[in-house]
Design a protein around this ligand. Structure first.
Ligand code: SF4
Ligand code: SF4
Length: 208
């Protein structure tokens, strides 16, 4: 049975500007950080994400980033910098090799927890296909699909959905929305995707 997004809890819409990946869902005060992990030597989130307060676009280094001494405005850095922690810092089940300055990727969950996104440094666009990372992404995809959750890869504006049996390259989705459809096969659940303009009637949420 195909389930249309209007009655499908697996329908979720994201856009390049719909959710700022640097937007935080924990705070400096409340973050439950993994013991023994730190940001030492890593500045990847200071490059990959947009910081509106600083008018810093994504995928360019913040001008306040000094590779020798760290953040040159550390005491007065914006709140979104203070509150941001990547998944490497937040989830003990993320292996150590995912430290972003080593993996060239920053893992970030979406606010609703439905997607975990590997934001790839565009200078290393194939980093996600290298091992052991690709194996990890596939294993997470296999676990998450059982509970209608997904694994995405973002390289600039390009989005790729990683599924247990295939990777779906959605291309540069810009501020468009992703429509997810779930169906059942003898092998288990199958997900298909469609990219929609924001004003597409099919992108409207179901009426209560
Ligand atoms: S990407 Fe993660 S580990 Fe690296 S500096 Fe940012 S929060 Fe720290
Ligand atoms: S202000 Fe500091 S912490 Fe924030 S992105 Fe720039 S260098 Fe990183």
């Amino acid at each position: 049975m195909n389930r249309h997004h209007r009655d499908d809890p697996a329908f979720h819409a994201i856009g390049r500007h719909g959710e700022n990946p640097r937007q935080n869902f924990v705070t400096e005060a409340t973050a439950n950080l993994v013991t023994g992990r730190n940001c030492d030597g890593c500045y990847m989130c200071c490059k990959l994400f947009e910081i509106p307060t600083l008018a810093k676009p994504e995928n360019v280094w913040c001008t306040n980033c000094d590779f020798g001494s760290g953040c040159t405005i550390y005491e007065s850095r914006p709140q979104e910098c203070r509150d941001f922690f990547c998944h490497y810092r937040l989830d003990k089940d993320v292996p150590e090799h995912w430290k972003p300055n080593r993996s060239h990727m920053v893992l970030k969950a979406t606010a609703d927890g439905v997607r975990i996104v590997a934001h790839v440094d565009p200078k290393r666009p194939m980093a996600w296909r290298a091992e052991p990372y690709y194996r990890d992404l596939k294993a997470w995809a296999a676990n998450r699909i059982q509970v209608d959750k997904q694994v995405h890869v973002r390289i600039g504006a390009r989005t790729i959905v990683v599924l247990p049996d295939r990777d779906v390259d959605l291309g540069e989705i810009g501020d468009k929305l992703i429509l997810t459809r779930k169906s059942w096969t003898p092998q288990g659940p199958r997900f298909d995707f469609e990219v929609l303009a924001r004003d597409d009637p099919r992108a409207r949420p179901p009426r209560p």
